[in-house]
Design a protein around this ligand. Structure first.
Ligand code: PMP
Length: 362
């Protein structure tokens, strides 16, 4: 039995050990077919059977209505920052963006190179530690779409519910809380995210787009950048990341075995609460900068009184086999990412260590 590290990386990140085992058992000889999924043609039955099952599982697990297209692309979630406005920002119109931190901010700044952007919410004044009340937040009714980032991976801030946008399509980057809670897909024009946090290794972005939105897209785009190209070819216009998609399939099987999205939500709430409880009960030794109402269930961001203490905690944690606790380089501090596949026992180990560290240094 391998002794596994406790993997708190923000992405790429921890995968279910059962999935890694299953992949290694079938790596050289995929289910007795005499070749590896790493070697399979994307125009062949072995891949296509697995691909069809994966798409069907995605629809099943997320309960996606028939009027949505589901496919994968390369280029990272980052490529979507420009593909979305290229396809959906009306030439003579504008798009609404909720700027809640690093990732929605990057998306908005790419969109500005393509068309007119209105900041429907600007988190700068709260240093990106708060968000609008989703029940009261409305886009301009003339906007081409409202763009949000469901969970800001760097700032550790998450929409607890989504705004209702009426006829304005809601587009959400769910990269860092994908498949971690049930989502009413019909409220969205488009949902997308990189798979490298909750769904698999790096290498693919999953897109879910409503057909009527696709039909109204802008014309005249280069082939790859036009969503229509991919949809008309079942997502197989060019070579897809075959291996990464296989991993997604196995992670989805694992999610189903573990209670589906409701099960993932329950686990996320209990793991994140363990950490927020230690922070809140530390008498100020640990501090969460995030408005309580919007604390992320996935990326728990916290600070100590000085950077020296923070560095000490991080250095010691590595010796205890805990990886990835250093905050994003742009903001410093600490961040524990507790994605779906992170065992609850690893969170208990971190919590025990944080209490012990405070007892020694506090
Ligand atoms: N959106 C969010 C919320 C992210 O966390 C990230 C990456 N951490 C990205 C977008 C960019 O993803 P990629 O690196 O796959 O382009």
């Amino acid at each position: 039995e391998v002794e596994r590290k406790k993997i708190f990386f923000a992405g790429p990140s921890v995968m279910p050990v059962e999935v890694l085992t299953e992949m290694s058992e079938n790596l050289v000889d995929y289910h007795g077919q005499g070749l590896s999924m790493l070697e399979a043609s994307h125009r062949g039955g072995m891949f296509e059977d697995m691909y069809d099952e994966t798409l069907a599982l995605i629809r099943q697990v997320m309960d996606i209505p028939d009027e949505y297209e589901v496919f994968f692309l390369g280029g990272g979630a980052t490529l979507q920052f420009s593909m979305i406005p290229l396809n959906f920002l009306k030439k003579d119109g504008f798009a609404d963006y909720a700027d809640t931190g690093t990732w929605s901010g990057k998306a908005a700044s790419d969109a500005k190179t393509i068309g007119t952007v209105r900041l429907a919410y600007d988190g700068a004044s709260s240093h990106y530690t708060s968000m609008p009340d989703p029940a009261a937040f409305k886009p301009d009714s003339a906007a081409s779409y409202l763009y949000i980032c469901s969970n800001e991976t760097v700032g550790g801030i998450e929409w607890p519910a989504y705004p209702e946008t009426g006829n304005v399509p809601l587009i959400a980057d769910m990269s860092s809380d994908f498949f971690s809670r049930p989502v009413r897909v019909k409220d969205f024009g488009m949902i997308y995210g990189g798979i490298q946090k909750n769904l698999g290794p790096a290498g693919a972005t999953l897109l879910i787009i409503r057909k009527d939105l696709l039909e109204s897209r802008n014309s005249g785009l280069p082939t790859y950048l036009d969503y229509g190209t991919h949809v008309s070819q079942k997502g197989l216009y060019n070579t897809p990341p075959v291996f990464a998609i296989w991993a997604v399939k196995l992670v989805l099987d694992w999610i189903v075995r573990n209670g589906g999205l409701a099960g993932m939500d329950e686990k996320a709430r209990s793991k994140s609460s363990l950490l927020y409880d230690v922070i809140d009960n530390s008498g100020g030794f640990y501090r969460s900068p995030v408005d309580r109402r919007f604390r992320s269930r996935m990326n728990i961001v916290f600070r100590l009184a000085t950077e020296e203490l923070e560095n000490e905690l991080i250095a010691e944690s590595k010796k205890l086999g805990m990886l990835g606790l250093k905050g994003h380089r742009s903001v410093g501090g600490l961040r524990a990412s507790v994605y779906n596949a992170l065992p609850e026992a690893d969170v208990h180990a971190l919590v025990d260590y944080m209490r012990d560290f405070q007892a020694r240094k506090g």
